[in-house]
Design a protein around this ligand. Structure first.
Ligand SMILES: [Zn+2]
Length: 459
């Protein structure tokens, strides 16, 4: 896109977004130029601007994902920074935080800078690397947290995600270390001794199916320990992919005490339950949002590894508690835990399949299915708050004059049936294949330039 200047320093508007409902409000026009929103109002006109017809569309601040696995370096067959960035843009995201469990692990300034640079080269979303807490994710000694914080990637979130920082002394030291630069430790809460050999949520369904269970207490015990450590140190803790009703209660208690803790929930833990592992397609979301999802109530054969994920899909009661906690604010953000896997790692026997699901291209639709059109809540949980937690000051801001033009346009009336073959991700492990979900991302703007237009990636 060319930008011309008129009268010296005045930049000619390059995009006129007409009739968008900003965070679900009344229709208004947005003028975008020089990377920022320059004007908001009705009947705006701008000669030379490219007009984007946003009649009936909702404008949201670009979504921000605190938990994305981009698989590069190491598993470029499953995803690359570029393919994952494109999937993110198509999902309405303008920033993603890339988890550290790559190969090599992102535990040095060199690796986080490499990921950060690849993100800039792709130019489809802002890729903010997360650094590992411990060397090689081995849970034995701290990685070079300070060097990663001082690097060009300016790492502020550290996580061994995929693994729990199980050693309490190491966890305490990590919390102490990052306090100096207001960093945050994002914990994958799983007491490893309680989940040895675990294949799915421990409960009625695991007993029926004869699979080793992953008990809720393995998550809750670590969260309880960590909020106490965070309180003791006075540091920031973030809990990854909270999945049980008991975890919500631990968090409620910690927040009431003033502990500096935030938490995320994934779209799949809000919508799907462990019954689906046994073949029963029980979707809990439509109970709130109306019958939007096709396929609910049908019976499949079960043991489909596409539904294997860590932490596992829990019970309907857990999902209901997570939804309520998300609405109430006990859970701060929705994060995808987008986890692409190559076919051979996923399309095999349940016990050998890698845990994880795609998430970036379906997250907003799942949230619409679960919450309905609560736009302010969606903006808060999927953009403003995650941007604040990650320290991404250019993101998470509602479109207004002077604000960086990181935004997405959503068509809430659209319905789409999820087709894995149409996804931008290099992997196909979406748990929503064949389901009809509400909403469609029509356009995404990153720093004033479209990455998605008419529902298609621009590059
Ligand atoms: Zn995890």
């Amino acid at each position: 896109m060319s930008k011309s200047t008129v009268g010296g320093d005045q930049v000619t508007p390059t995009y006129l977004i007409r009739g968008a409902r900003v965070v679900g409000g009344g229709p208004t026009d947005l003028l975008v130029a020089g990377g920022v929103v320059t004007r908001v109002g009705s009947g705006l006109d701008a000669r030379g601007a490219t007009v984007v017809d946003a009649d009936g569309l909702v404008a949201l601040p670009g979504l921000v994902d605190l938990h994305t696995h981009l698989r590069e370096p190491g598993r470029e067959d499953a995803e690359t920074v570029e393919s994952g960035s494109r999937a993110a843009a198509l999902g309405g995201y303008t920033a993603v935080c890339a988890m550290a469990n790559t190969s090599p692990v992102a535990d040095t300034a060199g690796v986080v800078e490499q990921v950060w640079r690849l993100g800039r080269e792709a130019g489809l979303v802002d890729v903010q690397p997360i650094g590992a807490v411990t060397v090689g994710l081995a849970g034995e000694r701290l990685a070079e947290l300070g060097a990663m914080a001082d690097s060009a990637a300016r790492v502020r979130i550290f996580s061994d995600d995929g693994h729990c920082v199980a050693d309490p002394r190491l966890m305490r030291r990590a919390l102490e270390y990052v306090k100096a630069f207001d960093g945050v430790i994002a914990q994958h809460a799983e007491e490893p001794r309680l989940t040895e050999g675990a294949q799915m949520h421990e409960g009625e369904v695991s007993t029926r199916l004869g699979l080793t269970g992953w008990p809720a207490v393995a998550e809750e015990a670590i969260i309880a320990r960590d909020v106490l450590l965070a309180e003791h140190v006075g540091s920031r803790l973030h809990v990854c992919h909270l999945s049980t009703a008991g975890s919500v209660e631990v968090l409620r208690h910690a927040k009431a005490r003033g502990v500096r803790v935030t938490a995320e929930v994934t779209p799949h833990h809000l919508l799907l339950t462990d019954e689906i592992v046994g073949g029963r397609r029980e979707l809990v979301g439509p109970a709130l949002a109306g019958p939007t999802s096709g396929g609910a109530g049908t019976v499949g054969t079960g043991y489909d590894p596409v539904f294997k994920v860590n932490p596992p899909l829990r019970t309907a009661a857990d999902a209901a508690a997570l939804r309520e906690a998300l609405i109430e604010g006990i859970i701060d953000v929705v994060a995808t835990d987008h986890a692409p896997h190559a076919l051979e790692d996923k399309e095999c026997e349940w016990a050998y399949a890698r845990p994880g699901m795609l998430g970036l291209e379906t997250a907003l639709s799942v949230l619409l299915s679960v919450l309905g059109e609560r736009w302010d809540l969606i903006a808060e949980r999927m953009s403003r708050t995650p941007a604040r937690i990650a320290g991404l000051v250019e993101h998470g801001r509602d479109p207004a004059p002077g604000v960086p033009a990181n935004l997405t346009l959503v068509d809430p009336a659209a319905r789409r049936t999820v087709d894995p073959g149409e996804m931008a991700s290099r992997s196909r492990n979406t748990p929503y294949a064949g389901m009809t979900l509400p909403g469609r991302i029509v356009a995404t703007f990153l720093a004033g330039e479209p990455t998605v237009l008419d529902g298609k990636a621009v590059r």
